[in-house]
Design a protein around this ligand. Structure first.
Ligand code: DGT
Ligand code: CA
Ligand code: CA
Length: 579
């Protein structure tokens, strides 16, 4: 580690201690050490290298305790004390205290009283008016917090894909009104369906590019115009999200789309390849380097064709082997929405859902599905009004009646009897073996004890998998984007066990989760572990979130054959058979 990183660790220790309400003298000594190291001319590494610990002794403001941590970081690259504090205090709180007007003391209160531990959580609490009534806060401070968050997002900030997509679609509709507009496409990381995006990149082709710019720059949500040109402008919206718009000529649309879709690394590789072939690729087209003659540009497919490649789906353009796979004809077949035949993780108003079982089924039927599994929470998840044995048995009887009724009507659709059974702290399941055995689809998940050590968490989940009573492991890492990181778990070990016991891993399509992520999905595919793409819907509208799951699956190179809910009902029931 170099000076700036070491200083950052000390800063964070000071912040964490302050949030914890620790001794102010210690807070100050860490903060001081950070400042001193930040201003140090010579790298600590070389001071230590020359004279060992002696070399560090003359630095004023670095005492015994901070010195030993410097030595530890130089030697091992990390600081155990810092890690220990981070296990106690959610890392998201370090972001929270960056919100102007919210110091560590107030952040600690919000965490303690409202359970808020991230910027997103803070924003939600403020918007819902839950902060104003706390002692020491009030309506003014609530407003200040929202302003502070907005300002912070202008500098940093990643946006949930669902937020970015909604905003992008609104812009698309807004720009449609321009006379002579030809195409409006959302590119950048959004077109690659990255789970979080930095900004929006919109491309538009029009007879009159200036007319597009004029309308764009008068959008009512714009707070600041950051750059303004005839064909390219950048704005910051009131929400803090930035939007880039490029207005283009039709003939370079394909090349621009390829360029602005990225990723940067993928583009660099495409350009290098082109260069070796005597071509030059830019956002304006593909040109012969020697003659300058344009060889492609209006269609994206033609850009790839010009460099000897088939078109590569945007979700794969992350430099994770897609160019080699394209050359060798082994790109994954993109999973299609119509290949999904049902949803295997949905809630009803029997637990914490907002819609009835009938309404969920009806909505699923109208989506063209063949089945859903109703998977309400089990009793351990008290805040979700989880079902005890009597209530789940009653629900199962209701589902039988419901299905009989469907059959009578000649409907092919079926509701599967399911549960999102809680994996308790000790790895046991929160329903009896009898109930679990009688269900069609058992979805198991962790809902508590997220701070467990890796070994313990792995053993806990594996124990549940080994019961032979589980069909699907839901949201396997427990992350909530922008709110809570994944819990620590040896995912490879879990996958190996899941494979052995015929348990599928969920790709939870909820945009706050998208769990498993692309890296884990590829690992699952390599291991031959099946995937269930589910929405975890808590109301009929959430069923539409499946689209995020489908694109996330593509990012993980998952194909139809890897996904259990692409199976027709009969085949699915064969997979779900227990024992
Ligand atoms: P983001 O916004 O951080 O989520 O990620 P992107 O991929 O949307 O990145 P952004 O908005 O900075 O740029 C959009 C695309 O434009 C990017 O994916 C590739 C292309 N691009 C931008 N800058 C460069 C560059 O310096 N070199 C190359 N080859 N491509 C670039
Ligand atoms: Ca972008
Ligand atoms: Ca951009």
């Amino acid at each position: 580690m170099e000076n700036p990183e070491i200083a950052r660790v000390f800063h964070e220790i000071a912040d964490l201690l302050e949030i914890k309400g620790g001794d102010l003298f210690r807070v100050r000594s860490y903060r001081n050490a950070a400042l001193i190291i930040d201003g140090l001319e010579e790298p600590l590494r070389s001071l230590y290298g020359k004279n060992g610990v002696e070399g560090l002794k003359h630095i004023p403001g670095i005492g015994e305790s901070t010195r030993s941590k410097v030595v530890e970081m130089l030697a091992t690259g990390y600081c155990a004390y810092h890690d220990e504090l981070l296990r106690e205090i959610p890392a998201g709180m370090l972001d929270m205290i960056k919100v102007a007007s919210l110091g560590p003391r107030k952040a600690a209160i919000l965490h303690k009283v409202l359970g808020v531990s991230s910027i997103d959580g803070l924003e939600r609490a403020a918007r819902e008016g839950r902060i104003r009534d706390l002692p020491g806060f009030g309506e003014v401070s609530e407003r200040k917090i929202l302003k502070g968050i907005e300002a912070l997002r202008l500098i940093s900030g990643k946006w949930k894909i669902s937020t970015a997509l909604r905003c992008g679609e609104a812009f698309r509709d807004y720009l449609k009104a321009v006379p002579g507009i030809f195409e409006i496409v959302l590119s950048g990381s959004l077109r690659r369906w990255k789970e979080e995006v930095g900004d929006l990149d919109i491309l538009a082709t029009c007879k009159d590019p200036e007319a597009v710019m004029d309308r764009f720059l008068t959008h009512p949500e714009i707070k600041d115009v950051l750059a303004k040109g005839k064909t390219k402008s950048t704005v910051a919206l009131k929400s803090g999200l930035q939007v880039d718009l490029r207005a283009l000529d039709k003939k370079s649309f394909g090349a621009a789309l390829q360029y602005f879709t990225g990723s940067k690394a993928h583009n660099v590789a495409i350009r290098d390849r082109a260069k070796r072939m005597g071509l030059k690729v830019s956002e304006y087209g593909v040109f012969n380097s020697a003659t300058g003659k344009r060889v492609a540009g209006s269609k994206e497919e033609d850009v790839y064709k010009a460099v000897g490649l088939p078109w590569i789906p945007p979700e794969l353009r992350e430099m994770k082997g897609e160019i080699e796979a394209a050359l060798e004809g082994r790109l994954p077949e993109p999973l299609l929405p119509e290949e999904i035949r049902g949803d295997l993780h949905v809630h009803t108003d029997e637990s914490d859902g907002g819609s009835t079982l009938d309404a969920m089924a009806e909505a699923a039927i109208s989506m063209g599905y063949e089945y859903i599994a109703v998977t309400d929470h089990s009793k351990a998840v008290g805040i979700a009004h989880g079902l005890d044995e009597a209530r789940i048995l009653a629900q199962m009887a209701y589902v039988d009646e419901f299905n009989k009724h469907l059959k009578k009507k000649g409907e092919r659709f079926r509701v599967l009897k399911g549960s999102e059974v809680d994996i308790r702290g000790d790895g046991t399941l929160d329903h009896s073996e009898k109930v679990l055995g009688a269900l069609d689809c058992v979805v198991a998940a962790v809902h508590s004890g997220f701070g467990m050590k890796k070994g313990e968490m792995t053993a806990r989940i594996i124990k549940a998998v080994q019961t032979g009573l589980v069909n699907i492991l839901a949201h396997p890492t427990g992350r909530l984007l922008g709110e809570r990181g994944p819990y620590e778990v040896d995912m490879e070990a879990v996958m190996d066990e899941a494979k052995k016991h015929n348990v599928a891993l969920e790709l939870n399509s909820c945009p706050e989760r998208l769990d498993l992520n692309d890296i884990h999905l590829r690992l699952a595919k390599d291991k031959g572990v099946k995937i269930a793409i589910s929405t975890d819907a808590h109301s009929i509208n959430h069923l539409q979130n499946i689209v995020y799951g489908i694109h996330a699956a593509r990012r993980g190179w998952i194909e139809k054959k890897d996904v259990i809910n692409t199976l027709p009902l009969k085949g699915l029931m064969r997979f779900l058979k227990k024992g």
